[in-house]
Every structure is written in C-alpha cells, then in structure tokens.
Write a protein that binds this ligand. Structure first.
Ligand code: ATP
Ligand code: MG
Length: 201
C-alpha cells in the first residue's frame, strides 16, 4: 500500500539562505503537491550536525564510496586513496563547519512517495552533475573537486532524507511531535480522492 502520509526532512542549508533562495526552494516542493507539516529556522550546533549525519550507521561508508567513485569516473586520485571511511571523516568535519555557519530552515514535507519526490526535485549531491531542472542543478555550481581543493563541504543548498527510514530518524532528531501538524489541504481532494466528488455544483 502506498502511504499518502509519507514524511521527509528537508533542510535549507546556510548557502541556500544566504543566496536568498528560500522562496524558490519552498515553491518547488510545494507546487509538486507536497504538504508542509513542520517548519523552523535556527543555527544548528556542530555536535547536532554530527549527530544528524551519523544517525545512519552506513552513511560514512556510502558517502565515502560515492566520493571515491566520482573521482575515479573523472580519472582523478582522491587524497584518501581507496579508503571510503577516511574520505568520510574529512567530509563530516567540513559538514559540521558548513551547517553551523549560519541559520538553516528545517522542514517536513508530507505526501505520497515524498522521500523520492523530494530527492528528484532536489537533484544529485554534486551540483556540477545534478540534472538541469533540479534545485541543485539550477541554482548552484559547486563540485567535489573544488570543495576538496578548498577543504570544505560541497555547497548544494539543501539536505533531503535519502530513504523513508532515514527520514523517520531524521525527523525525530529535528522536530518534536507537537511541532508537526496534522491538517488537510484542499488540494488533497484532487490529488488523492477516488471519485473527485464535489467539483461540480
Ligand atoms: P544530503 O544528505 O545533504 O541531502 P546527499 O544525500 O545528496 O545530500 P550525502 O552523500 O548524504 O549526499 O552527503 C551529505 C552532504 O555532504 C552533501 O550534501 C554534501 O554537502 C556533503 N558532501 C558529500 N560528499 C562530499 C565530498 N566528497 N566533499 C565535500 N562534501 C561532500
Ligand atoms: Mg544524504
């Protein structure tokens, strides 16, 4: 069964706020038909950022592997050699600095397949190679290589949960129960109602 109330976490990172892209970013998720059920703005502490990325025990290995593969595809040698965990350790240090550098906006979006829909709208991790039409592909230009040379994170405007399980854990970390609202949007009748009753007078 498909869950019409699937929820996912999106964080507009400090570069998204500083680039004045809040409205553009929110608009893209909103117009897809997703429902905003929680939102807040604050400056995360670096310990909180570390906690967020280490929620998933497999994240270090996967981010390290992804990075090493991107290097290999471009015929480049990574400073961590072929050790994904070593590559990930450098990334996490840079992420702590990046995400605690200024205000972020955390949001929870709800709707059918929201995790996948949000990832599709957001685009791939590296803006240089993210598709045109996605947030990361349209609004910024960073690359793994440039970030590494400068010893910083890839600046890609937003974070979006990678799977429904990741979303559940992340939402629990970022929001309390009472900060998330259960309500109905008028458009849900058009998106999900079986009979489309109530349009004609
Ligand atoms: P996010 O989790 O932020 O939505 P993602 O799932 O596309 O992004 P992850 O693999 O989870 O990507 O990496 C988390 C974040 O770490 C990226 O969004 C990016 O800011 C940063 N990052 C990832 N790989 C690198 C790298 N090789 N060098 C620098 N920063 C990186
Ligand atoms: Mg991720």
């Amino acid at each position: 069964m498909t869950d019409k109330k699937e929820r996912t976490l999106v964080v507009i990172k400090p570069d998204g706020i500083q680039r004045s892209l809040i409205g553009e970013i929110v608009k893209r998720y909103e117009r897809a038909g997703l429902k905003l059920v929680g939102i807040k703005m604050f400056v995360p502490e670096s310990g909180f950022v570390e906690k967020h990325y280490l929620l998933d025990p497999g994240w270090k290995e996967s981010v390290g592997k992804k990075t090493l593969e991107a290097y290999k595809d471009k015929g480049l040698e990574h400073p961590a050699g072929d050790d994904p965990i070593k590559a990930a350790d450098t990334i996490i240090e840079a992420l702590k600095k990046y995400l605690s550098s200024g205000p972020v906006i955390a949001m929870v979006w709800e709707g059918i397949n929201s995790v996948g829909v949000v990832r599709k709208i957001t685009g791939g991790t590296e803006p240089l190679t993210s598709d045109v039409g996605t947030i990361r592909g349209d609004y910024t230009i960073d690359s793994y290589k440039l970030a590494d040379v400068d010893g910083r994170s890839v600046r890609n405007l937003v974070h979006a949960s990678g799977s429904p399980e990741e979303a559940k854990n992340e939402i629990k970390l970022w929001f309390s129960e009472k900060e998330l609202l259960d309500y109905r949007l008028v458009q849900e009748a058009i998106l999900y109602d079986v009979n489309l009753d109530g349009i004609l007078e």
